[in-house]
Design a protein. Structure first.
Length: 248
C-alpha cells in the first residue's frame, strides 16, 4: 500500500479488514484516494481518504462502521460511504472530484470501478467556471462583511487553500492534458505561473501562512485578502477564456 508509511498502512489494513467484515455482501470496493495514493503523503499530516462503495447502505451496518471508525479516526482515516449507483452518477454531477479520484487511487478491496467511469471535458469546464465564480463572489462578500476583523479574514483565507488547489489543478489539466498536474500546492502554484502566466503570489503567501511558515500583522492580512480578490478575478477570466477556446 505504498507510499503511505508503515504505521499508517498497518492501521489502514486493520480498518479496511473490519469494514469488509461489517458490510459483507453489500461491499463493492474500498478505495484509497488522494495523497495517500500518491508520493505526497505526509504521515501525521495527510488524511487517509477511503471511498467505501456499497450495493446497499443498511442503517445497522452503517452504525457498526461508525463504531469501527471511532477507533481509527486518530490515524487520519476519513471514510466516505457511497452507493455504487451514486458513484456512477458522480462523474456527471461532480466531474472535477471524479477526476481527482481517478488520478490518484488504489483499490484495497473489491472491483476497480474507478477505471470504468467516463468524464466529460465539457462537464469539467462547466463545474470549473461555476465554482470559480461562486468562490470569487463569496470572497468579496466575506471581505465586505469582515474587513475590520483580520482574525476572521485570516481564518477564511486558510480555508481557501484546499478548494483552490483542486480548481487550479483542473485548469492545468485543461492547459496541458499530456501530464497530470502536481498534487503539492506550491508546485501547483509554480505551474500556474509558468504555464498560464497568472499571478499567484498571494495564494503562495496564504499557503505559507496556513502551514506556519509565514506570520503577518493585521494590516498585512487585509492587504493579502485584497490581493487574493484580484487573483481570483484573474483566475476566473483565464478559465472563461479557456472555455471559449481563446487560450488553446
Amino acid at each position: 500500500m505504498s507510499p503511505i508509511d508503515q504505521r499508517s498502512e498497518q492501521f489502514t489494513r486493520e480498518y479496511v479488514g473490519k469494514l469488509s467484515g461489517s458490510f459483507k455482501e453489500d461491499l463493492v470496493s474500498i478505495i484509497l484516494y488522494g495523497s495517500g495514493a500518491s508520493p505526497y503523503f505526509e504521515a501525521g499530516k495527510s488524511d487517509i481518504n477511503l471511498l467505501i462503495l456499497l450495493r446497499e447502505i443498511k442503517p445497522e451496518r452503517l452504525r457498526q462502521a461508525t463504531q469501527i471508525g471511532r477507533n481509527f479516526r486518530v490515524t487520519g482515516a476519513q471514510p466516505l460511504f457511497m452507493l455504487l449507483t451514486e458513484f456512477q452518477q458522480m462523474a456527471d454531477l461532480f466531474p472535477i472530484e471524479s477526476l481527482e479520484i481517478k488520478e490518484s487511487y488504489q483499490i484495497l478491496v473489491g472491483d476497480d470501478v474507478v477505471n470504468k467511469i467516463q468524464i466529460s471535458f465539457s462537464a469539467v469546464q462547466t463545474q470549473l467556471l461555476r465554482e470559480l465564480m461562486a468562490k470569487a463572489i463569496r470572497c468579496r462578500a466575506y471581505f465586505e462583511e469582515n474587513s475590520r476583523d483580520p482574525k476572521a479574514l485570516e481564518l477564511f483565507l486558510r480555508e481557501l487553500i484546499s478548494p483552490y488547489r483542486t480548481l487550479m489543478r483542473t485548469i492545468l489539466r485543461s492547459v496541458d492534458d499530456q501530464y497530470p498536474p502536481p498534487l503539492e500546492f506550491l508546485e501547483v502554484i509554480g505551474q500556474m505561473e509558468e504555464k498560464c502566466k497568472l499571478p499567484c503570489e498571494s495564494f503562495r503567501q496564504v499557503y505559507l501562512l496556513k502551514t506556519g511558515r509565514l506570520r503577518l500583522f493585521k494590516d498585512e492580512i487585509r492587504s493579502l485578502f485584497e490581493k487574493i480578490l484580484k487573483e481570483t478575478e484573474s483566475l476566473n477570466q483565464f478559465a472563461n477564456d479557456l472555455a471559449m477556446g481563446l487560450r488553446r
